[in-house]
Design a binder for this molecule. Structure first.
Ligand code: NAP
Length: 272
């Protein structure tokens, strides 16, 4: 059988860890495929997906910043989450269907970490692409409360209105009003990422002691948020686990195989 090709597209994307993750899984499960990256601007994305990818026998695509909304526009069909959120991070080019696996990846990672969000008070920082997918999935786990805090309040408000249920919104500037009963805080902003602005961490002193602080950033591996949270004694997790778990769902879409717990452990060892 002809070798299939899969790719991650985005900009920048050359330092993506996706090739390492997928090539490990292809080898582990004996799948005759390889994984590449393509650094694209938005105006090249349609041509890449519609002309070059089929010509190169590319069977599936992972999409990262800033092309997720463009990919949703170009997909022939969308799963319910991608349709609501207008964002796609996985495209099955054999069917043209788009999916979003970030939120499912976060939930699987929380399960591996032994944290169940049901009936918990959750704070999500950010209302961008990753936050949207995460809030969509978290709401389904029946948390007691789920507040989205964003620098641009209108975006948080729009997200809360879209998802409904127990999801509410406020400005990031009001974070201290929510921290004293917070069980789980998830940073989905790019603050703290290598090369971006640092976060004001003074809110940590008002968090309750049993809180879990999850930073979906994985570059650097220990953000200032995670370092300070550990000093306060909170449980913490960085974004590598979510990155691996969301890739498991995409790999399942591409191949029909769901990798297992041992693959996660192995990949965490490889990437850490
Ligand atoms: P995005 O759509 O561009 O959203 C960025 C978010 O960060 C927005 O809410 C934005 O607020 C906020 N933000 C940026 N700079 C800020 C600042 N100086 N102060 C306050 N808020 C700020 O990006 P994304 O795709 O959601 O990605 C966000 C982060 O998650 C990135 O670091 C990315 O690498 C990481 N990520 C990790 C995974 C994983 O698997 N671990 C998956 C996806 C993304 P405004 O709305 O006010 O601009």
């Amino acid at each position: 059988m002809q070798k299939k090709i899969y790719a991650v597209i985005g900009n920048p994307v050359r330092h993506s860890k996706s090739p390492e993750i997928y090539n490990y899984l292809f080898e582990k499960y004996g799948i005759n495929s390889t994984y590449i990256f393509a650094e694209l601007t938005e105006n090249l994305t349609a041509d890449f997906l519609q002309i070059y990818a089929p010509a190169m026998n590319i069977a599936g695509i992972n999409v990262t910043m800033p092309l997720k909304s463009m990919a949703a526009k170009l997909a022939k069909e969308l799963d319910p989450a991608s349709s609501l959120l207008e964002s796609v991070n996985t495209l099955d080019l054999t069917t043209g269907k788009g999916y979003t696996t970030d939120g499912k990846g976060l939930l699987l990672s929380l399960e591996f970490q032994g944290f169940n969000p049901r009936e918990k008070n959750v704070i999500v920082l950010g209302a961008g692409g990753a936050a949207r997918s995460i809030v969509y999935e978290l709401e389904k786990t029946n948390p007691s409360s789920l507040i989205v805090l964003n620098r641009t309040y209108e975006k948080a408000q729009e997200l809360a209105a879209k998802i409904g249920g127990v999801v509410n919104a406020d400005s990031l500037a009001n974070i201290k009003s929510y921290t004293n009963n917070c069980d789980l805080l998830i940073n989905c902003t790019s603050m703290g990422m290598t090369g971006s602005n640092p976060m004001d961490l003074t809110f940590l002193s008002s968090m309750k002691k049993a809180a879990f602080v999850y930073d979906i950033i994985y570059e650097p591996k220990r953000t200032e948020l995670l370092k300070a949270s550990s000093r306060y004694g909170f449980c913490t997790c960085n974004g590598l686990d979510m990155l691996i778990c969301q890739a498991f769902y995409a790999f399942n879409i591409f191949t029909g195989i769901m990798p297992d717990r041992k693959d996660r452990t192995e990949l965490l060892n490889i990437l850490n």
